[in-house]
Design a protein around this ligand. Structure first.
Ligand SMILES: [Zn+2]
Length: 364
């Protein structure tokens, strides 16, 4: 069986299998879809399949070429990802090594790296040379992070692709790519993984017990990469903090500001993002309880082990404007991703949440 490294994503697998079988690979693929669902892992599998020497199903995962691709040591295989211009070769190697270990979790050692014009110029230079083994495969991960100059340089390659070259771009933000690049790539859509797929992967690959795998999958919201990152975190403490944030949003301005100051000093941006995601998940549970206090089944709840706190929370409010709460939380996550100042996002978020929660009694 090929593509065993890839969790779910049957449609992309079929598309790629067929293209390989019929020898109809496009010059350029664009793997699009949410973060953490296997786009880069699939791009690596496709690179293996292109170089694979097996007579049977490709990639075989055992031939010399499959192994060299998996270890990023095949001379005609280039993997480009966002990194600062100042990055050392050893640092780049460390990132690649992290993907050898776990293709779903690339190490991200830099704050906001991009893909520079120099990388793409180098690619243009290399692509004018003949590959050593018939093909050249180039993956550009997070392609939306190319600078404008880099994107224009890539466009030149796409306009006149060298015959032996296969380009695979991956992105979670299709709209951030130049339309002229999009129109030259064949797009393959990746979707969020199901809870069942994530649970099975956590159990089989990481030997995570079923109940913990279930909680992780629900919090990870369709992203296996998120689930892996959550393995290292103290979920209990995170959730407590999310509930605390909801208590704080009901207090006065000064208390809110003090709390925001403490939280932003302790947590980095990514952890704040998790915190807001946990608040979002919390409100999904609250919505379920609010709408059907007796008629829900507990396996629909994510925070099922916190049912008593959830119930108290739900009963404290005469009304909860869920629409505005969900849109404010989603907006906060979006603003975080756009690098808006964290303090400002939280100040506005807590104020808006307060407006949307109509109190009946105390929630403690
Ligand atoms: Zn092989």
């Amino acid at each position: 069986m090929s593509y065993t490294q890839i969790i779910g994503q049957n449609r992309p697998k079929d598309i790629i299998r067929r293209a390989i079988e019929h020898n109809r690979l496009p010059h350029a693929y664009l793997f699009s879809g949410p973060d953490g669902v296997g786009k880069q892992a699939m791009a690596i599998e496709l690179a293996k399949a292109i170089f694979c020497r097996s007579e049977g199903e490709k990639p075989c995962d055992t031939c010399d070429n499959c192994r060299r691709v998996a270890h990023f040591s095949h001379p005609d295989f280039i993997f480009i990802f966002p990194m600062p211009k100042s990055a050392e070769v050893e640092e780049e190697r460390q990132v690649l090594d992290s993907m050898v270990q776990e293709p779903y979790a690339r190490l991200q050692p830099w704050a906001a790296p991009g893909i520079s014009i120099e990388r793409i110029r180098e690619l243009r230079r290399v692509s004018s040379l003949k590959p050593l083994e018939g093909h050249r495969v180039v993956i550009i991960a997070e392609a939306e992070k190319m600078t404008t100059e880099a994107a224009n340089a890539l466009l030149k390659i796409l306009e006149e692709p060298p015959p032996a070259m296969h380009l695979i771009l991956t992105t979670s933000r299709v709209n951030a790519l130049l339309p002229t690049i999009l129109s030259r790539c064949q797009e393959v859509d990746f979707h969020l993984l199901s809870d069942a797929e994530i649970i099975a992967a956590l159990e089989e690959r990481r030997q995570i017990p079923a109940d913990r795998a279930q909680l992780l999958a629900r919090i990870a919201q369709g992203s296996y990469t998120r689930a892996l990152a959550l393995l290292d975190e103290d979920l209990q403490a995170r959730r407590d903090l999310a509930v605390e944030a909801l208590r704080i949003c009901l207090r006065d301005d000064l208390t809110q500001l003090e709390w925001i100051e403490t939280v932003t000093a302790e947590l980095d941006k990514r952890e704040i993002r998790d915190l807001i995601t946990l608040m979002l998940i919390w409100f999904r549970d609250v919505l379920l309880l609010f709408e059907k206090p007796d008629g829900f089944s507990s396996d629909q709840l994510v925070n099922v082990d916190k049912l008593d706190v959830l119930e108290k929370f739900t009963q404290a409010f005469g009304d909860i404007r869920f629409d505005s709460i969900f849109s404010e939380l989603e907006r906060a996550i979006e603003l975080l991703d756009r690098n808006v100042q964290v303090n400002l996002i939280l100040i506005v978020l807590l104020a808006r949440l307060q407006e949307s929660l109509i109190i009946k009694g105390s929630i403690t």
